[in-house]
Design a protein around this ligand. Sequence first.
Ligand SMILES: [Mn+2]
Length: 312
Amino acid sequence: MIKLHFHADCDGIVSAFFVSGELDRLEIPYSLYPSLGSTVELSGKGNISLDISNTIPVNPKSKWNLSIDHHISDRSPILYSNPRNSGFEWPVCFTTYALFGDTSESWKAAIAVVADWCAEKVPPSFWDTVKSRWPDIVPEVNQKTLVEHQLGEMAIMIDSTVSLDRAKGAIYALSALKAAKSPKEFLEGKGKAGKMKKIKDQMLKEVDFVLGNERVSDKFILLRFESPHRLKSLVAAKSKDRHPNKMIVIAQDEKDKVRLSFRNGDNLDKLIKELTKGIGDGGGHPKASGGWIAINKWDEFNERLEKWADGL
Ligand SMILES: [Mn+2]
């Protein structure tokens, strides 16, 4: 039995769509393991890990596992694919689309390309393919335009479903993608997407409620909040629209941890690593990173953040 691990975000879910579609075609049985964090431990062999930067085989001798990723990270001691190593920055959804997809499903890859802020990182010919079938969803090949348009809206439907139902939401979103026939039907909420459309409206209301409580300083904005739902990434995305010229620090309290998202800046993967050192952990991309700290280390994190801002 193949164990399919995938990051519970747009990129991971769409990647799982393409890989599981190929397994379906060959009637190879598999089970699904959405991962809410960036670390997964693989037991035995036959694991496939998608968009999870820290993929660790429990037994390092079990090489018959596969990781397809796009984060800056060390090569795992298993079959490993990362376009960064060959000079490309496209997300996992694009790699898996190129490997196993069909042009009739290119719009699904496009959702996660936009969600991962990579519209201009994938080849222009990809957009020609999408546009030739669905001109409406690609008004122009411009990341900012696309994220505010229909592809961005579909990405929020997927992210909201994960915010509400976490791992279960990720599996639901995957099944809705499998059932979806066209971007139009998906956007209109036909079939399984209907529930996701409602969840999107509910989550966006909660995000609006949280926005406005941010502390705005010269160099960054800091927004710390509590919610029963995993809103951190949605709140980060909306804060970016509100404060396009400042670094964004989003902090969501969760039992004994505070989960963090950094947006709008450079080398944010290195910065979050530095600021959480010894009190938590962090990583991700230069332009968007995430992590956590122990809740009782909040003051220390705050001091480090201020000190870093003073040094700029
Ligand atoms: Mn991801």
